[in-house]
Design a protein around this ligand. Structure first.
Ligand code: CDP
Ligand code: MG
Length: 688
């Protein structure tokens, strides 16, 4: 950054922390980009004009004055008013991070928002994404030493706070989407408040899309509040006359009807998850006759969709023959509720459902369940209709005729709407952070050797914290170095961190059959490793994945994660090593490494297909997709799946003696209730 500090001629008239909006306005007018010293492009000026029409712009001077005299500021503004894209840029021109070499951070609960907004803001500032403006999400850090403004997920900032307790890299932290009340953002609020009490130079901005501001204002020492009022267009509400049986089918019907009967405008449909969305998209596409003169682009949007695909929702709608304006139909999860703004949406189809994290205290499992949304969410969804006008550079001259109002189709009755909860419960209250669980977490870290008996971080714990992974996965990697199989184990860790590598199977028999060529008799972890190694050998990997029904995107993601884990491993002085598959220790040591992290996820056979988990003595069976069709005496598993039955998924055979060796204090027969497993454990412990 030193090199470009001399280049910023246009900024030389500004004093850090004292910029007025008119000064910034002048510099933004050009002609030279102060951050790159290149002349501004024409596209820059086009976007600049539109940025200045956003409601947030009217408050720029007000905001700057508040920043100059306050440490905390709360900003409340409806979605689409320009908070996420503009506020960090206002800070940029005020704090001039290229001089202090301290960045501005803006957190987002969702990866999609972090990546898409960073891309948009890079465009607005006329810089290359990853240079002056970058983003950081788990396993993907698109920044350089030049980066001044970083969009990131709240999880990533939380992790950074572990290694940099005063977050000294930053001079301003914008916690965006605070109303979503994600666990990470809620915890960050606590951390950032504490840091601010010892770092008077740190500016903290809390941004929220709903009027929960009062809580935030109080929490941050009665911080001043800026309200940004959107230019709302009226939204006509339509309710279902009677309850719908199948909301997906109903949503599809509604889209078809809008397309055939309603004036131009894009459509946004809210569904709950990947599979539902992909199925709905396929059906909608199949129902559009290609001969139609009005083209329709059907675009899915959910968090695990790759970024390039997500970006498509921001493209202009298609144009048909003779310049006929087409439409976009975006089928999304509640990502599109408030975290990202897509211009041109006139019709919203709200099914009334979303996936939510639910914690089951009895079995201590968190799962995502589909449930009804809150009234606040329903309002937010409706508000996406007719909120913004198309302002994309390409369509500015297209003189679109839009209806005077948006329309929201609620696929549930008005009575059902009345019965919805006012607000959904914050994640922090739905998650397993109750004191008992916290104690258990400390206990697990102690068993894993990350904390000593006085709750101090050990050397192993220190090493574990270097990996952006769960404690179990981190521990297994560290142990694998000693066991001579770290090259295999980081692949397994990567595969367990990537989305599931098996394409949706039609039946468990198919799944088993498909895996047969790659099966390792000792279990699923080793089988996945075989698949990955085979994948790496292929020349045309996509074809190979297709033939074998593997998800090539997931394998690609795993490959990328593996590379990063290898880098962290070697950076921390650990070795990359592996044995040949013929070596008898190959499978044994890989499984011993797995155990070092996952011994708390062991289960033993009780009788027939039933196993009991060691942690909670739950009766489970092995998931039908496993390569282990018969229960083995002792196994470890990656996941407890709660459906109509209790399953364990991704399962590998192990020896009881290895479990005892890895965690003698955990495998103490006195902690086990009466069972076959306990007898075996007692017998073996006595013999030792
Ligand atoms: O944060 P808030 O919802 O208040 O608004 P924003 O995300 O800053 O979006 C303001 C405007 O920026 C939108 O109306 C879009 O015109 C534009 N934008 C965009 O074109 N592409 C993005 N990825 C994000 C925003
Ligand atoms: Mg926003």
């Amino acid at each position: 950054m030193t090199s470009n500090s001399q280049l910023c001629q246009p900024l030389s008239s500004l004093t850090p922390g004292a910029t007025t909006s008119s000064q910034a306005f002048e510099v933004e007018n050009g002609p030279i980009n102060p951050f790159t010293s290149n002349p501004f492009s024409q596209g820059y000026y086009d976007i600049l004009n539109r940025r200045r029409q956003l409601p947030v712009f009217e408050q720029r001077e007000n905001f700057l004055q508040m920043v100059h005299s306050n440490q905390f500021i709360v900003i409340v503004g409806e979605t689409g008013t320009g908070k996420t894209t503009q506020i960090p840029q206002y800070l940029l021109y005020d704090l001039l991070p290229h001089l202090s070499q301290r960045l501005i951070a803006c957190t987002q609960p969702r990866r999609v928002a972090a990546t898409s907004v960073a891309q948009r803001v890079a465009e607005e500032l006329d810089v290359k994404l990853g240079e002056e403006v970058g983003y950081s999400i788990r396993f993907e850090d698109i920044t350089t030493p030049r980066t001044m403004l970083k969009y990131m997920t709240d999880g990533v900032l939380l992790r950074e706070a572990m290694g940099d307790p005063f977050l000294e890299k930053y001079q301003a932290i914008v916690l965006d989407e605070a109303h979503e009340r994600t666990l990470a953002t809620d915890i960050l609020m606590g951390i950032v408040k504490e840091i601010a009490s010892v770092r008077s130079d740190l500016k903290v901005i809390i941004m929220s899309a709903t009027l929960e501001a009062e809580k935030f204002r109080k929490y941050f020492n009665n911080a001043p509040v800026i309200e940004i009022h959107g230019r709302t267009y009226p939204v006509q509400m339509h309710y279902a006359r009677e309850p719908t049986k199948d909301y997906v089918q109903e949503a599809i019907k509604t889209v078809t009807s809008i397309r055939n009967n309603e004036p131009p405008g894009d459509i946004l449909v809210f569904l709950t998850g990947e599979k539902e969305i992909e199925d709905a998209c396929r059906i909608i596409r199949s129902r559009i006759s290609s001969s139609s003169s009005v083209p329709l682009a059907v675009l899915p949007l959910y968090s695990i969709l790759p970024p390039q695909m997500q970006q498509l929702v921001f493209d202009d709608p298609p144009v048909g023959k003779n310049g006929v304006q087409g439409r976009k139909c975006i089928v999304a999860t509640n990502i599109a509720e408030s975290s990202i703004t897509i211009d041109g949406i006139v019709y919203v189809v709200d099914t009334g459902f979303a996936k939510q994290k639910v914690y089951h205290p009895r079995i201590r499992v968190e799962s995502l369940l589909v449930g009804p949304i809150s009234k606040a969410s329903a309002k937010q969804r409706a508000g996406r209709a007719g909120r913004t006008r198309p302002v994309n550079a390409n369509s500015i001259n297209a003189s679109l005729i839009l209806p005077a109002s948006g329309k929201c189709y609620r696929l549930y009755t008005e009575e059902a709407h009345e019965q919805l909860e006012e607000q959904s419960c914050p994640e922090i209250l739905r998650s397993n952070i109750a004191p008992e669980t916290l104690m258990r977490a400390l206990e697990s870290l102690n068993y894993l050797g990350a904390l000593d008996d006085d709750i101090n971080l050990t050397h192993i714990g220190q090493l574990m914290s270097q990996f952006p992974l769960s404690p179990e996965l981190s521990k297994m990697i560290i142990e694998s170095d000693r066991l001579g199989c770290s090259d295999d184990i980081i692949i397994i860790a990567a595969l367990l961190s990537a989305p599931i590598i098996f394409a949706k199977e039609t039946s468990s028999v198919d799944a088993r059959f498909r895996k047969r060529r790659f099966v390792h008799p000792d279990g699923d972890h080793l089988t996945m490793l075989n698949i990955f190694r085979e994948y790496k050998k292929q020349k045309s990997r996509d074809d190979w994945c297709q033939e074998n029904s593997f998800n090539s995107r997931s394998l690609k993601a795993a490959e990328n994660i593996r590379t990063q884990l290898a880098e962290i491993l070697t950076r921390n002085g650990l070795k990359l090593n592996r044995r040949s598959i013929q070596d008898p220790l190959y499978s044994i040591n890989i499984r011993k490494a797995l155990i070092s992290g996952f011994f708390m996820q062991a289960a033993h056979r009780e009788g027939g297909p039933i196993l009991l988990t060691c942690q909670d003595n739950q009766a489970v069976t092995i998931h039908p997709t496993s390569v282990l069709s018969e229960p083995y005496e002792w196994v470890i598993y990656n996941e407890f799946v709660l459906t109509t039955k209790n399953f364990i998924r991704t399962v590998t055979k192990v020896e009881l003696s290895w479990l005892i060796e890895a965690a003698p204090r955990y495998f103490d027969p006195q902690f086990f209730p009466q069972s076959r497993g306990r007898k075996q454990l007692a017998a073996l412990t006595r013999r030792r």
